[in-house]
Structure formats: C-alpha cells, structure tokens
Design a protein. Sequence first.
Lengths: 134, 390
Amino acid sequence: MAYTKSVPRIWRERIRKYRLLGGVCNDCGKVFYPSRRFCPRCGSGNVNKVTLPRTGKILYFTVIRNAPTEFKSFEPYILALIELDNGARILAQLTDIDLEEVYEGMPVEAVFRKYKEQGRDGVIEYGIKFRPRE
Amino acid sequence: MEKVFIVGIGATKVREHWNLSLRDLMVKSAIKAINNAGINKQDIKAIYIGNMSSGYLQGQEHLGALLATWLGIAGVSACKVEAACGSGGAAFHQAFLAVASGLYDCVMALGVEKMTDAITSDVTSALIMADDQEYVAFTGASFVALNALIYRAYIKEYGVKQEDIALFAVHDHKYAVNNPYAQYRREIKIEDVMNSPLIADPIHLLECAPIGDGSAAIILCNERFLEKKVSDQEGVIEVLSSVLATDIISLHDRDTYITLNATRVASSKAYKMARIEPKDVNVVEVHDAFTILGVISLEDLGFAERGSGWEIVREGEIEIGGKIPTNTMGGLKARGHPVGATGIYQIFDIVTQLRGEAGKNQVDNAEIGLAQNVGGVGGTVIINILKRVR
C-alpha cells in the first residue's frame, strides 16, 4: 500500500482543503485551486491567496464504478469537475444526490464531508464535497 | 550532436505472465534486443529503464542495479526513469540524449511493468498516482474517470456520437490479430464495445487499454559504433528527433480539456527537429489508453483538424493503405498497455514496420514513423520520430 496514511500529511493541507483556499494571479487573472506560490497558467509569482466561493455549477461529471481500493466500498459515486462562481475549477465528489439526478450545468454548493478512512485504526480524512443547490 | 541509430529490438508478449517476474521480463527483453543487434552485452554503456509502478505493485525499486545484476553486467550505468504511463518514452528519450550528447556510443532503453500480480482496485490506486495525490487522487478519482471528463468535454464541444469515438477500439483489435506480441489477438465489433460494462461513464470496459505484463527493449548507438560493431547493416533506423514536453498535471488547472497541449508542443518541436511535416509520416503509434485519447491525439499530432479525429477513423484513413496508418500492431487497446513499458513497445512496433518485418500488417514502403507516448492525462508527452536509413 502506498504511504498515504499519515496524520501530518492531512494536517498540512487542512486550510487549503477545508476552507477552499485558492489563488488568484494578478498578472493573467487565473483563479485556481488550491493556493500555491506560482500561477499554473503563466508562471507568475504575483499571486494572492483567496477564499473561494462555496457555490458553483457542474461542468462535467462521471460515475465511478471501479474505484481505487480505498474508495471501493463507496462504488458507484459521482466525481465532478466544478466551476465555482468566481471561475476557479475544482475536482470533487458529489453527495446527497442520486446517480440519475446529476446533469451538466447543475448548481451545487460545498459541504464538509468524510472522504476516506486511514484503515480501521487510523484517522478519518475529511474534505469538501458538493451537493445540489436549491 | 551525434546521430542516433536503433540497431536492436526485443520484447516479450504482452499478457498475464504468471510464470515471469518483473526481473524475468526485463532480462528476457534485454537479451532479445542484444541478440537482435548482434552485439555483446558488455558493449552497453548505460541502461534507462521506463517503469511506473514497480514500487507500489511489486514492492521493488532500484531497477537499474537489479537489471544490471541479473543481466550479469553490474558496473554499467543504469537507473529507472519515471513519467507515469509515459515512462517508456521518457526512458527512450534519456537513452537518445545519452548517445546524442556523445557521452556513450551504445545504450539500452528498456520498459517494464508487472501489473497482474495485483488485484484490479490496487492497479486503479497505482494508476491514479499519475495525477496529484492530494487534490485529485484524494477525491476518489480513478484514471479512467479523468479521461471520462475529457470524453464528456469532447462530446459536448463537437456534438459527436460516442460510437464514432469508440470505433478506435475496434480498429486496434483488428490489427492485433496479426501481431504475435499482442495481448488480445481477436477482433471485436462496435456492439461489443458499447455493450461492455461502464467503468466511468461514458467509458466502457472495451474502450480502455487492458492491464498486462510486459517488457520491451531497444539498443541505440552512434554512427561509429554502428560501423565498427554491428555486423548487419540492413534495416538500420535513425532517430530523427526525440522530444518530451510537460503540461499542467491536473485537468482542473487547465483552460481546455479537449486537446493535450503537451502533444502539440512536443510534436511541433519534433517535426521541426526532424525537418518533416505530419504528411511525411508513413506510420504512427498513438497513445490510445482510452478511445477518446486516440481520437484527440490524431488531432493534436496534426493528422486531423480539431474536432475531426473521429472522422478519419470512420473514413478508414488510419487503416493500412489509408492516409495515415495508425496503431498497425494493435495499439494500447489490443497489443496491450503494460504502463511503463508501453513507450518502448511503441518504438518496437514502429521499428518493426520500418524494417519491413510487420508481416500481414506491413505498411508498404514505410520510411518514417512517429510514436506518441502520454503520461497521466497529458502531463507528459514524448514524441519520437524514426526513419529507415539503410
């Protein structure tokens, strides 16, 4: 098994993951997730941290029917590429939704949910999922 | 810069090799390539091993020293090169650089992957390591799922029917029938593809390259070595260009999903370096890990207009006898895709064509061939252009 089971490893990412901390490039204008030192598009270091909006819409989605081992027990589940209201894009699971309900363009909102467990005795890893927005 | 030639190729069949280990596969293809070149193993000054997941799937790293030991040439320069599914192409690129630079006169590029000891979900876990572990794999994404998003984006942009894209799998299987190294030597119909189970909607099982074991090896050398040490001067292939380009690793950070920018960057540089144009290519290997990738790659390589890659498949232009014969030995879908070895199998297949050794699948007078090897969802692309010179 890969060594992804570590408490410090998830602790390090807590702010970017739980608060949806993204970045905005002051040179090319790209808004991205997560935050980082350089803009992924133009390479500029002139970037600011920004808390991303928690609402957006589904650009594309897929239903995962053959999952990686850690996610095997959740099959089938929906994975979506989501565009947030300020243009930032994020990959996340959908929740509180039936497979038949999802469609491209669907309005969604962020919720704090469990993603996986680090084995029987390990910690639970949380993150942002998205659910349909009224 | 030294001219670089290919003088030997060797490969195992791609299949579930229950009786062969990771090291057995490497040794087997290495010996075949050495014998094919007609050289001594001591002539090899360096080995570059393309492999993605030996650590995760076999609990084995340090492949350079392992192969050197089991090949009985400890002392040789040897190490692993990793670029996900592009590892083989990347290893070949390093081998090219080593000879082109003038440092070594003869080297080996070898690819290997041993996948079938693992259960499928562990292979799925291994493959998603090609993307960002913290922000992509963390979400439960599978590698198929990421390609499914590309598929959806393409269908939405161009309004194409899925059957027209899925046809790529049918194409590959047709040519694998005559390839003794291929994993699936039987034809399939478009109905079989569309009726096979969904893996990640809309991608069906038979649109995905299979899991398999395999190893392939290539011997590269400079002109002096070629004239002094190689007895058979027939069927000598020159590497006209070898280019590797990267792109933003994850889809959500990119501005477009319907083109692999790294293919465009690497191929335009490779055409320029080889002083040729797409129309000069006689045979091509594209990295169709999924049908949609085959279609998009034909566009990114300049063989079809944007949004019309599927049309040249449907119209028979990628058949032998067509405008641009593609994946003439079965491609990733049917020859097989032992991930880190694939880039070397592609070179093996192109060399087989350029030497005129492709049997029933021979492309008449094939002189120039191109191989496109992709790592991840296009985070790395390697383009190698080869030409028969003797």
